[in-house]
Design a protein around this ligand. Structure first.
Ligand code: CP
Length: 306
């Protein structure tokens, strides 16, 4: 019997596996009709204990476009967790009904617990302030399609770097590639956690911290904006003080390179002005589209169908 492969952290995938997934996603984008029945009679369970728009909908669309079916819940309050059922038991149940599970949970490490409980592949669709590996795959496909390579660039990561799970996963992925320089832009209170800096140092990654976006912007090939996440704060006062630390607008973009790309995992609140949406460097909505294709590739790969 083949070993079950889960995706809990982006480092569960080798660089070669990431290249393979990107290749499959490219092929799906070029020839979607060739994939429309590849998951017929397969079922994906989406267990979302925390709100989501993109991740859940793109997983759903991905399975539908592969010819498969989707079951699950989008809100913990409509599941038996409200009656006290544990995550472990919920996942065992989902494994009885589906061939693969995508799970989001507010508690860090919940997907690791889940992965030991079932014989179907578990995909971490975001666990608290920890990791979000399928967002990273989305980001990598976007970088591949817009920049052509994962090497030789400077990326600025801006906003909530403390709790930003998309940032943590993206750094873990990119620090494995050559000549990627990281500029970490955040208020003092939302700096990248020490454990992440230790990982970067151990990998020999080149990084620097800035507090002002304006100081970093002329150097960047990629600007990755993030939201200050209200749901991760312990008190409203701190959130209100920090929420508008960075607002990217057309005036700030005047100092940016012509071929810099602007990414954001979304949802955005105020950190990118709507006027930026029509700038040719803005690619956050395209990034969300890439999320569907890379999740199609991932489902096929974890089910052993590609
Ligand atoms: N990027 C992302 O995870 O978005 P959702 O929270 O809407 O899924």
């Amino acid at each position: 019997m083949n070993e079950i492969k889960n995706l809990i952290n982006i480092t569960d995938l080798s660089v070669q596996e990431i290249d393979h997934l990107v290749e499959i996603a490219d092929d799906i984008m070029a020839r979607p009709e060739a994939y429309q029945d590849t998951c017929s009679h397969k079922k994906l369970a989406t267990l979302f204990f925390e709100p989501s728009t993109r991740t859940r909908l793109s997983f759903t669309a991905a399975m539908m476009e592969l010819g498969g079916n989707v079951l699950g819940f989008s809100d913990a309050s409509s599941s038996s967790s409200t009656k006290g059922e544990s995550v472990a038991d919920t996942v065992i149940m989902a494994g009885c009904y589906a061939d693969i599970i995508a799970m989001r949970h507010p508690k860090e490490g919940a997907p690791v617990v889940a992965a030991g409980k079932t014989i179907v592949p578990i995909i971490n669709a975001g666990d608290g302030g920890h990791f979000h590996p399928t967002q990273t795959l989305t980001d990598l496909l976007t970088i591949h399609r817009k920049k052509g390579s994962f090497t030789n660039f400077t990326i600025g990561l801006c906003g909530d770097l403390m709790f930003g799970r998309t940032v943590h996963s993206l750094i873990e992925a990119l620090m494995r590639y050559e000549n990627v320089r990281f500029i970490l832009i955040s208020p003092r209170e939302l700096k990248l956690p020490e454990y992440m800096k230790e990982k970067m140092n151990a990998a020999g990654a080149v990084w620097v911290e800035y507090e002002k976006l304006e100081d970093a912007i002329p150097e960047l090939d990629i600007l990755y904006m993030t939201r200050v996440q209200k749901e991760r704060f312990f008190n409203e006062e701190d959130y209100v003080r920090l929420r508008d630390s960075y607002i990217l607008d057309l005036e700030k973009l005047e100092a940016a390179k012509d071929d810099m790309i602007i990414m954001h995992p979304l949802p955005r609140v105020n950190e990118i002005a709507v006027e930026v949406d029509n700038d040719p460097r803005a690619c956050y909505f395209y990034q969300a589209l890439c999320g569907k294709y890379i999740r199609m590739a991932l489902i096929l790969y974890l089910l052993g169908l590609k």
